[in-house]
Write a protein that binds this ligand. Structure first.
Ligand code: ADP
Length: 777
């Protein structure tokens, strides 16, 4: 341990003490010198005054006697005094009796003396004799050199200051030594002992206390340090013990980890193995899913083709002359076939959902008309006591964007359920535009759905109750599909129901508007309606007729028409009419249930009478009103799209290899007013097309020799028939089929088996009418 002298505690202590002592000593010395100076200064005057007093009497006598010789001796005697440098005796006539002087001493320190005491001082005293003190005899004058006194003073002052310094120096030396032995040395010993210890190893030996310091601060410091050292030693021991334990644990842990790693590696290998197996299983499952899809597609094709034939032929037969019994039997067969097709379609759709293959289209379509058409189609299923009504919001956009096929499926499922589960009362379908898009509400007064069954009915193959199938039929697939379809369109399906009182299904579909609501027709006239207040007809007429500019008055079915002036009478009560005729001769519009028209003679008796089947579509009602009120539009009726501009019938090339399907499609096309040209495969179709004059091609996809895809591709590549519509006929239900047909150049797609209405709608869409030559999209 090496501490420089100036940093040592003893030096600092000593130097501080000495500094204080020096300042104090110097101050005291200066005070002492000051006092000495004052007394020296006074002693000059005192001594010279004493000298002059001693010399006064001799000098007075000498002046009295005017003795120059004695005067000279006296002044010489005065000059011997070391301070006197000049002495003079002057008589009363101012004559100098004796005068002596000598030069003052020169010395290099006299400057200080002269500064302190003045260079010289003059003394004079009047001379007189004691018996005549008033008589002035002359003057004794002395000049004194102060240096004789000042030099003594300077010597003393110097000595005082020097001894003061020497004292301080000595004191500091003594203190330094004392402090060194009392403070620095014992501390240095303690520090040396402390720094010699290894603090990392536990050491319980105590630091030695410097001798003689056991009870002072150093002793206490050593004791406190010893306590700290012993607790540090203990902590180190504990830490070592803990570290040892930790090391043991670590070793144990390493062993466990090694064991676990071994196990993990083993299970990893097993996992990899099972992963490989899973991958394999996944591949197999995917292959199986693909195979299932392909199987479904093929199966649907295989089932649909004969079904198509079956249904087509039945429909054709039903149009021919039949006995009632035959018609009934064939109708049952036809209906059963249709149910089979629907079931097949539902199962296929569900499997498409499950395979994530359902793709939605976005096409503009007239939702209102679609609802009315679907309702009209399904009205055949309504019991005679059930009134089916379509209530379309007049603000509903003329066309909305969405997937028309799937929206129709939703409407048809909800409506057919409502009709199926309602034995009497009303089934209404409301279509409104809502802030979220479109709201389709189907409300019925049927059996309702129990609270407990509401969650279940959306499960595939689930019904509200066990006896439902037996009583009403059905498979339990409709609602499952409907809900999935609503959700796929980002919409939702909600249900409100009271068991025994009816149900209300509400489908909210966010279908954007494509074309705004059409302008409302403007009619003139007074209409009287004979219908009960809570009938669907009353509600429909109450909404539409005033909006169309007509004056509308509803009468209860048992009311009399006497005194009522109406331009047209609308009623849904055939029994009420015969009694009315005598008092009202306005034309009658009778709205009846499906298939319940009045027979010829009854109708004749009520003439002028027009009968319309429920549900009333807006278009049908409007036309009937115009006719009844004599306000028919001037324009000529638009020719059927099937009839071309030239007046000739549309020529449709039917490319189909299956003779049954050929027969069915040919029959339907013939009924729709088309001329059919047949081709058995793609090759034949190409040569038929070369002969020209074909307006539309119905192309089966899977055919021998040349399939429909290849044939369509060639037609498009040939470029001879640029605008020719080619409609794919396919029983393949998979979602990529439509894309495949489009890629081959086909214009549209018709799934087999198809109904006559579907074929008619398609022809309407693709065969341009003179009024609207650009109708084809
Ligand atoms: P399905 O009608 O073929 O049985 P759905 O999935 O369409 O299958 O309907 C499931 C069940 O929900 C029906 O069996 C019936 O119990 C109940 N349900 C559906 N719609 C109605 C309704 N409008 N009124 C009463 N019950 C209904």
């Amino acid at each position: 341990m090496d501490i420089s002298i100036t940093q040592r505690l003893s030096f600092k202590q000593a130097s501080l003490t000495v500094l204080v002592a020096f300042i104090l000593g110097t101050a005291l010395s200066v005070i002492q010198v000051g006092i000495d100076y004052a007394s020296e200064d006074a002693s000059i005057n005192r001594e010279i005054s004493a000298l002059m007093e001693i010399s006064h009497n001799p000098a007075a006598r000498i002046a009295y006697n005017i003795d120059a010789e004695l005067a000279q001796e006296l002044v010489l005697g005065l000059l011997r005094s070391p301070a006197v440098i000049s002495a003079e005796i002057i008589d009363n006539s101012h004559m100098t009796l004796a005068s002596v002087s000598r030069p003052p001493d020169t010395d290099r320190y006299r400057l200080f003396s002269d500064f302190l005491f003045g260079e010289r001082r003059h003394f004079e005293t009047p001379l007189f004799v004691s018996h005549s003190p008033q008589e002035a005899l002359g003057l004794l004058r002395l000049e004194v050199d102060t240096y004789a006194f000042g030099s003594h003073f300077l010597r003393r002052a110097m000595l005082t200051l020097l001894t003061g310094f020497a004292r301080s120096l000595l004191l500091s030396l003594i203190l330094l030594v004392l402090f060194y032995f009392m403070l620095t040395k014992p501390l240095t010993e303690v520090i040396r002992a402390l720094s010699g210890r290894d603090l990392h190893t536990p050491n319980h030996s105590k630091l030695p206390c410097p001798r003689g310091h056991e009870r002072d601060e150093i002793g206490i410091l050593v004791d406190a340090t010893n306590q700290q050292l012993s607790s540090i030693a203990m902590e180190i021991e504990q830490r070592y013990a803990a570290e040892n334990r930790l090391t043991e644990h670590l070793n144990a842990l390493e062993n466990v980890v090694a064991a676990r790693t071994g196990e993990l590696e083993a299970s990893n290998t097993r996992l990899l193995e099972s992963n490989r197996e899973l991958q394999q299983a996944k591949r197999t499952a995917l292959d199986m899913a693909l195979a299932r899809s392909a199987f479904l597609a093929n199966m649907s094709h295989e089932i649909r083709t004969p079904l198509n034939g079956l249904l087509g032929m039945l429909a054709l037969s039903l149009d021919g002359p039949l006995s009632n019994e035959q018609r009934q039997q064939l109708s049952i067969a036809h209906d059963s076939g249709k149910i089979l097709v629907e079931l097949l379609n539902d199962i296929l759709d569900l499997s498409k959902f499950e395979a994530g293959q359902l793709e939605l289209e976005s096409l503009p379509f007239d939702l209102g008309t679609m609802v009315e058409d679907t309702a009209s189609l399904l009205s055949q299923n309504a019991l005679p006591n059930v009134e089916l009504t379509c209530l379309i919001d007049p603000q509903l956009p003329a066309r909305v964007l969405g997937d028309p096929t799937r929206v129709r499926q939703i409407i048809s499922n909800l409506l057919s359920n409502a009709l199926k589960f309602t034995r009497f009362g009303r089934v209404d379908i409301h279509v409104d535009s809502s802030p979220a898009g479109i709201r389709i509400t189907v409300r019925d007064t049927g059996i309702g759905i129990a609270e407990a069954a509401r969650a279940r009915i959306y499960q595939p193959f689930a019904q509200a109750e066990i006896g439902i199938t037996r009583q009403f039929g059905g498979t339990g697939l409709g609602l499952a599909l409907t809900r999935r379809l609503c959700e796929a369109m980002q919409g939702r399906l909600e249900l409100e129901s009271r068991e025994g009182f009816g149900s209300k299904f509400c489908a909210e579909l966010p279908l954007p508007s494509y074309a705004p609501a059409p302008a409302l027709p403007a009619l003139k006239g007074r209409i009287a309606a004979l219908s009960s207040a809570n009938s669907g007809l009353s509600e429909l007429l109450g909404r539409l007729l005033p909006a169309w500019g007509l004056t509308y008055q509803r009468l209860d079915t048992d009311a009399s028409l006497l005194g009522i002036t109406a331009d047209l009478l609308i009623s849904d009560c055939p029994e009420c009419l015969p009694g009315m005729r005598p008092v009202c001769n306005a034309p009658i519009l009778l709205v009846t249930a499906y298939g319940s028209f009045l027979p010829g003679e009854q109708a004749h008796a009520l003439a002028p009478l027009e009968q319309i089947a429920r549900p009333l579509s807006r278009h049908t009602l409007l036309q009937a009103l115009r006719r009844g009120l004599g306000q028919e539009m001037e324009s000529a009726p638009a020719p059927s799209p099937i009839e071309q501009q030239s007046g000739r019938r549309a020529r449709v090339l039917l490319v189909e290899d299956n003779p049954v399907n050929q027969l069915v499609a040919k029959g339907m096309l013939g009924k729709l007013g088309c001329e059919v040209v047949l081709a058995n495969h793609g090759g034949e179709a190409l040569s038929q097309l070369q002969q020209g004059n074909i307006d539309l091609v119905l192309m089966d996809c899977n055919m021998p020799v040349m399939d429909g895809y290849e044939a369509s591709r060639r037609v498009r590549q040939g470029g001879h028939h640029p605008g020719l519509p080619i409609i794919a006929l396919t029983a393949n239900a998979l979602s990529d089929e439509r894309e495949r047909c489009r890629a081959a150049g086909m214009s549209d797609y018709l799934a087999k088996p198809f109904r006559r209405e579907e074929l008619a709608a398609l022809l309407e869409r693709w065969l341009p009418t003179p009024a609207d030559p650009s109708a084809a999209p």
